[in-house]
Design a binder for this molecule. Structure first.
Ligand code: COA
Length: 380
């Protein structure tokens, strides 16, 4: 019911879930509904296999690919910023909480130790963005190790970014294929238009709040199972189905019960998510390596049944969960690995939002009552 107050209607055009509403202008990335993703103009299909994660960090933050000198510099800067005080990690690694809760708390704690940021948060934001990109994987690896009663491992000076991440997490040297797999995983998760967590980060940044607060908003949003939290549940499903022959009945049962299949569907893509194509290939060879082709076969069977029943495609989380599982990452850490990559997109968007300097503040159409009679508390 639309009520007019003093003859005036305050109704505004309402779009449920802001579907297809453009809430900002960006040069960082473009999600093409027909199955392509562009980072600062480059199709990710052209980037994968040709650039490393550090190049993508430079690209998304600066809007251009680095030359050799710039790449060397950003690698050195990221490497030198990776270390953080162990006490921050230790105090946040509460085993009773989910690692995403631990991560959210750790980022909040980091700001308490960064005494300079309040004064420099406008001029020093790009530097802070790079520091956070460097530190999130260190925190994630440290949280895992403390939760497992293992010692925190410091990053190595001569290691690449993905290599260091795996090393700090697992405590052993990774081989070339594993490093390449994580590097590509991180590139593919680095940014994705105005997804829900990026939007949350931009809303916080639009109030001219600080970078840490904007990243904390994003982490809380990514955690939800309709967003980055889906990956963990994909793994539950893959382990719950005993073999590929069971898939058809399993999926039909879930759909009959009105449940959503995790790792499928997308707000924007009408065709297959291009990130899923790359992750599928990577997951195939990693599953073979660890002798778990059964998992890959189940995943393929699920893809085919879900497509037959609902005409929807896997999104980034579906094959990403197989990739992380094959790299030995426990499923509760899937979303923190996603966050360790998406921190690039979040910070790039936060910087872009500061530059735009506009408050994001939509309105709502009121559907409650008007003129309700007040009743004193002892008469209610
Ligand atoms: N399983 C089963 N059906 C699905 C589905 C899924 N994963 N994703 C979408 N659908 C169906 C919906 O039930 C709906 O059907 P209806 O029109 O008959 O009601 C239709 O497709 C549209 O879905 P909707 O939820 O409105 O799309 P959305 O744009 O709001 O949501 C997602 C997009 C990603 C939230 C949604 O696809 C989803 O919940 N996927 C599972 C969670 C997931 O993998 N999240 C990670 C995203 S990267």
């Amino acid at each position: 019911m639309v009520v007019k107050l003093m003859g005036m209607s305050f109704e505004k055009g309402y779009v449920r879930g802001l579907r297809d509403v453009a809430a900002c202008e960006t040069k960082i990335s473009f999600v093409d509904p027909y199955g392509a993703l562009y980072y600062s103009g480059y199709d990710i299909d052209r980037l994968i296999g040709r650039v490393c994660f550090e190049e993508v960090v430079f690209l998304l933050i600066n809007g251009k690919l680095p030359n050799r000198k710039e790449l060397e510099n950003i690698k050195a800067e990221l490497n030198s910023e990776m270390k953080i005080p162990s006490r921050i990690i230790k105090k946040c690694a509460n085993k009773k909480g989910h690692p995403m809760e631990n991560l959210r708390t750790a980022i909040s704690s980091l700001s308490e130790y960064d005494t300079a940021f309040e004064d420099s948060y406008e001029s020093g934001n790009k530097k802070l963005a790079l520091r956070l990109i460097a530190q999130v994987p260190t925190i994630v690896a440290g949280l895992y190790r403390v939760r497992k009663n293992k010692g925190i491992i410091r990053p190595k000076k001569d290691y690449g970014f993905a290599e260091n991440f795996l090393f700090m997490f697992r405590g052993k040297l990774a081989d070339k294929e594993e490093i390449e797999a994580l590097d590509r995983f991180m590139i593919l998760h680095a940014d994705h238009g105005l997804n829900a967590s990026t939007f949350a980060a931009r809303v916080t940044a639009s109030t001219l709040s600080d970078v840490y607060s904007a990243v904390v908003s994003a982490i809380g949003t990514l955690r939800g199972r309709l967003h980055g939290g889906a990956g963990e549940r994909v793994m539950n499903m893959l382990l719950d189905v005993d073999n590929p022959e069971e898939v058809e009945a399993y999926i039909q049962g879930m759909l009959f019960d009105g449940k959503k299949i995790m790792g499928f569907g997308h707000r924007i893509y009408k065709k297959e998510d291009p990130r899923s194509r790359h992750l599928r290939k990577i997951s195939k060879s990693l599953c073979l390596r660890i002798d778990r082709t059964d998992l890959y076969k189940k995943a393929r069977a699920i893809q085919s049944v879900v497509h037959k029943e609902r005409k929807i495609f896997p999104n980034v989380d579906f094959y990403a969960s197989l990739v992380l599982n094959a790299l030995g990452i426990p499923k509760v850490f899937f979303t923190p690995f996603f966050a360790s990559s998406r921190i690039v997109g979040w910070t790039a968007h936060i910087l872009e939002q500061y530059a735009d300097a506009v408050l994001i503040r939509p309105t709502s159409n009121y559907r409650g009552a008007y003129g309700t009679k007040f009743v004193p508390i002892d008469k209610r």
